[in-house]
Design a protein around this ligand. Structure first.
Ligand SMILES: [Zn+2]
Length: 273
C-alpha cells in the first residue's frame, strides 16, 4: 500500500497541473450520505421507504408538480444538511496540494458546494450536475438562476413536508427548484454549468501532453459520468489517473488504484509530497 501512496505522490509532484474529479464518496468522511443502493438511501430518508420510492425516483422534477411540499422537504433537508456540514480535513490538504501547482481544476457531480466551502476557487470548479445552492423556476419561465443564500426551508419531519412559504420564482411566482440536474429532467437550466465548463476547457487548453495528474475520489459506477471523464481525459492528455475508491477501485491498466476512503488516502499521499 505504501508504494501506492508514494507512486501517487510522485505522479502529482512531477506534473504542473492537477485535475481533481469527485463523486459522492468524497463527502462520506464529512458525514454525508452517499445514497448507495436503495437501502442506503432509505436509511437516510425513512419517509422514502414508506413511499417505496428510490433515490432516482425521488430526485425527479415530477415531485415539484405532484407534491412541491414533499419535493422541498427532500431538497430542503439536503440544503440544510450541506449548509451545516463542514468539509473533512482531506479537502483542506487537497486544496494545499492543488494550490502548490501551476493551476488546478475540480470536476464534480456533487451538488453540495463542499469544495467552495473548503476554499477552492469558485472559478476552478465544474459542477456537472449543478448546485443545490442555486435556484431556478420550475416551469421555467426564463433562464434566470439565482443564489439560494436567502432561502430558508423549514420541514415538518413527521409528515416530511416543507412548510410554507416555498421558494418562488421572482418573475412568475411559480414554485422554484434547485438548479440541479435531476433524473428525467428536461427543465434544468444549464447556463451556470456551461460557464463553468468553458472555464474548464480553458484550463485544459493550457496543458501539454504528459503534464497533468488526475486524482479521482469516490466516483461510483451507478452514474459513471465522473469515472468516464477521468478515464477519457487521462487518455487524451497522457495523464496518470489516481483512482481513490474503497469499493469500485478498478482502474485501466498502468493507472493507480487506491482502495480506500478519500480523507485517509489524501493524508497518506500528502505525507509523501
Ligand atoms: Zn418563473
Amino acid at each position: 500500500m505504501e508504494t501506492l501512496f508514494k507512486e501517487a505522490a510522485n505522479e502529482i509532484k512531477n506534473k504542473d497541473y492537477i485535475l481533481i474529479t469527485a463523486g459522492a464518496g468524497m463527502g462520506v468522511d464529512s458525514g454525508l450520505p452517499d445514497f448507495r443502493g436503495k437501502e442506503g438511501f432509505w436509511r437516510a430518508y425513512p419517509f422514502a421507504k414508506k413511499l417505496k420510492v428510490s433515490f432516482e425516483q425521488m430526485a425527479n422534477p415530477y415531485w415539484f408538480e405532484k407534491d412541491p411540499h414533499l419535493a422541498w422537504a427532500f431538497y430542503g433537508h439536503r440544503l440544510n444538511l450541506y449548509r451545516e456540514t463542514s468539509p473533512h480535513e482531506g479537502f483542506y490538504k487537497l486544496l494545499e496540494i492543488a494550490e502548490s501547482k501551476k493551476d488546478y481544476f475540480v470536476v464534480t457531480s456533487n451538488v453540495d458546494g463542499q469544495f467552495q466551502k473548503a476554499g477552492f476557487s469558485e472559478n476552478k470548479i465544474d459542477e456537472i450536475h449543478g448546485s443545490i445552492h442555486y435556484l431556478q423556476c420550475t416551469i421555467p419561465c426564463s433562464n434566470h438562476i439565482w443564489s439560494a443564500k436567502d432561502t430558508k426551508i423549514k420541514i415538518d419531519f413527521e409528515n416530511f413536508k416543507a412548510l410554507d412559504p416555498l421558494p418562488k420564482c421572482p418573475y412568475c411566482q411559480a414554485v422554484a427548484r434547485p438548479n440541479i440536474l435531476m433524473f428525467g429532467d428536461f427543465n434544468w437550466i444549464g447556463d451556470r454549468e456551461e460557464s463553468q465548463h468553458i472555464r474548464f476547457s480553458n484550463f485544459l487548453s493550457k496543458i501539454d501532453y504528459g503534464n497533468l495528474a488526475i486524482i479521482e475520489f469516490g466516483a461510483g459506477k451507478a452514474v459513471p459520468t465522473i469515472r468516464m471523464t477521468s478515464e477519457h481525459l487521462a487518455n487524451r492528455y497522457k495523464a496518470s489517473l489516481i483512482r481513490v475508491n474503497p469499493r469500485d477501485y478498478e482502474v485501466p491498466k498502468s493507472h493507480i488504484s487506491i482502495p480506500m476512503g478519500a480523507k485517509e488516502a489524501i493524508e497518506k499521499i500528502y505525507n509523501y509530497l
